[in-house]
Ligand binder design. Structure first.
Ligand SMILES: [Zn+2]
Ligand SMILES: [Zn+2]
Ligand SMILES: [Zn+2]
Length: 318
């Protein structure tokens, strides 16, 4: 087994662990709600239902993302990561909306929670499990470069914060006897869930839209400037995007008319290697080789200048 296979197995196992702990947590929370009839705990249990659905999708997309490229998906399958993170964010946002609605409803109806002791104990158990699991998933996801697992870690940590909010609500109700604390804490919990759900969806949309990472952008420009100057060539029209498991970079290189194809290819391959070194080993670099003088005759504009069609608002990369 290679290192990357071992790390992929580790990530898949972590996603299954997250799934089964989620199922266990759903059982604990439904039980706690049955005992207490607390608004905050019901909200927490409702989140657990979408939670299990979301983590089920995480398990599936992680498997898919790890599949090597094939004929129908020549760029690989890792882009499902962005969809998975967005789907998870969408589901927990729905749960956040439900919690908000439920706590307002309970506030108006004036229902009081019961069995606060047992309810608090069960919530504390859920808090400990989620706190550990969230930390574990975040650590593994960052180490293994998996956005799917990292997003799931953020989600599980949000759930740990939810449990803290629920505990605060029950504790304050118990200490003061004022029933308003339970729905107030539930609302704060809901706002926190909506916030992290929104953040996950934002990140996923940026990934799907191939938003250029400014840090990668400036690193690429600096390295390209330096490498091309050293090899006595120039570059233009660099583009880069992240497909979920690695960067894809392409740019044009301009050589003198006298350079042979063999020499140009050797220099281009060397620059491609240096770019991979800069951005990371899973980076894929493609270059387009051009002669300085003939560029204008073939493409209709000087190297690095805007093509005529692009100036008129149409896309025509060359
Ligand atoms: Zn959750
Ligand atoms: Zn080649
Ligand atoms: Zn060009």
């Amino acid at each position: 087994m290679t290192d990357s296979q071992r790390s992929q197995t580790l990530l898949r196992r972590a996603s299954w662990l997250s799934f089964w702990l989620g199922v266990g947590m759903l059982a604990i929370k439904v039980w706690a709600w049955w005992l207490t009839r607390s608004s905050a705990i019901l909200s927490d249990a409702a989140e657990s239902i979408v939670h299990v659905a979301a983590v089920g999708f995480v398990v599936y997309s992680l498997r898919l993302a790890q599949k090597p490229p094939d004929e129908s998906h020549p760029y690989g399958h890792a882009k499902i990561s962005f969809f998975s993170a967005g789907f998870e964010g969408g589901l927990i946002s729905i749960a956040g909306g439900f919690i908000l609605w439920q706590s307002i409803r309970q506030w108006i109806a004036g229902e009081a929670p019961q069995n606060l002791g047992t309810g608090s104990l069960l919530t504390a158990v859920a808090l400990l499990i989620n706190g550990w699991l969230g930390w574990h998933l975040l650590r593994l996801g960052r180490k293994g470069g998996s956005l799917i697992l990292e997003a799931n870690g953020h989600h599980v940590l949000t759930d740990a914060w939810t449990s803290i909010g629920v505990l605060a609500g029950l504790g304050l109700t118990w200490a003061t006897g004022w029933m308003g604390f339970d729905p107030i804490c539930a609302m704060l919990v809901a706002l926190n869930i909506l916030w992290s759900g929104g953040a996950l969806m934002w990140r996923s949309a940026n990934g799907l839209m191939d938003r250029a990472d400014p840090v990668v952008q400036s690193a690429l420009v600096a390295r390209l400037d330096e490498a091309t100057a050293r090899h006595g060539v120039t570059w233009h029209q660099m583009r880069h995007r992240h497909l979920g498991d690695g960067h894809w970079v392409d740019f044009h290189l301009v050589f003198t008319d006298e350079t042979t194809v063999r020499d140009a290819h050797a220099i281009a391959s060397e620059i491609e290697r240096e770019i991979r070194e800069e951005v990371g080993p899973s980076t894929i670099v493609t270059t387009h080789l051009e002669p300085a003088e003939d560029h204008e005759r073939i493409h209709g504009h000087a190297p690095g200048e805007m093509p005529r069609l692009e100036r008129e608002g149409r896309h025509h990369p060359d």
